[in-house]
Ligand binder design. Structure first.
Ligand code: ATP
Ligand code: MG
Length: 190
């Protein structure tokens, strides 16, 4: 077993091809009816999510991700800037796909750096399709406030506030401003 959550268990399984995969199964005592919505969102969220293999009412079979939760390495000073930019880009990627993960304010378990250096985001059980997703906003606050304990500067708070309401084009511009702002903030906190 990889993990037992509130509503499901995740197992490592071997497919007939010999390949290993991750199987998420709904627990019988879960309040959720099925995993069908989660399945559709995982399908749409790739490559930020694990790649979907197949699913049914009570299971999602997907690519097995091997890596480490980013929280374990975000404290390492020399590696943190590129990693943070990758995490923010993954959040931005979900925003562009119009998927709101909705559980990224506490992303400790959900954001992983794979052994081949890609950021993957798990667990779409609370996710929904939305025109104004807030993944980038939530990940930015999570990283700065909870992980690095660097208070977000007023400019960043203002950028995120504008981002929430902005249309596609403006969101793209605000994202690049946020990236520059993040680079300068982290350089100051070396
Ligand atoms: N495709 C995958 N590859 C590798 N590990 C995975 C995969 N999917 C999930 N996991 C692992 O299993 C854990 C639980 O998965 P997930 O969060 O989707 O289940 P959950 O039942 O919703 O859990 P919770 O109740 O804690 O939210 C993840 O944090 C991750 O460590
Ligand atoms: Mg969950």
């Amino acid at each position: 077993m990889i993990d037992k959550g509130h509503s499901s268990v995740v197992l490592e399984v071997e497919l007939r091809s010999g390949e290993h995969a991750a199987l998420k199964i709904l627990r019988t005592d879960s309040k959720r009816e099925d995993l069908l919505t989660e399945c559709e969102i995982v399908r749409k969220a790739y490559p930020i999510s694990p790649k979907l293999i197949e699913c049914g009412r009570s299971y999602v079979l997907m690519e097995l991700i091997r890596g480490v939760p980013v929280i374990k390495i975000l404290h390492k000073h020399e590696e943190r800037l590129p990693l943070i930019l990758k995490v923010l880009s993954a959040g931005r990627g979900l925003d562009v796909l119009e998927i709101d993960h909705r559980e990224l304010s506490r992303a400790h378990k959900h954001v992983v750096l794979t052994y081949d250096d890609k950021v993957k985001i798990f667990d779409y059980e609370s996710a929904a399709i939305s025109e104004y997703p807030r993944n980038l906003c939530r990940l930015t606050s999570w990283i700065f406030n909870s992980v690095l304990e660097i208070k977000l500067r007023r400019e960043a708070v203002e950028l995120l506030r504008k981002y929430k309401k902005a249309d596609r084009e403006l969101r793209r511009e605000i994202f690049s401003e946020l990236v520059s702002h993040t680079v300068s903030t982290l350089e100051r906190h070396r």
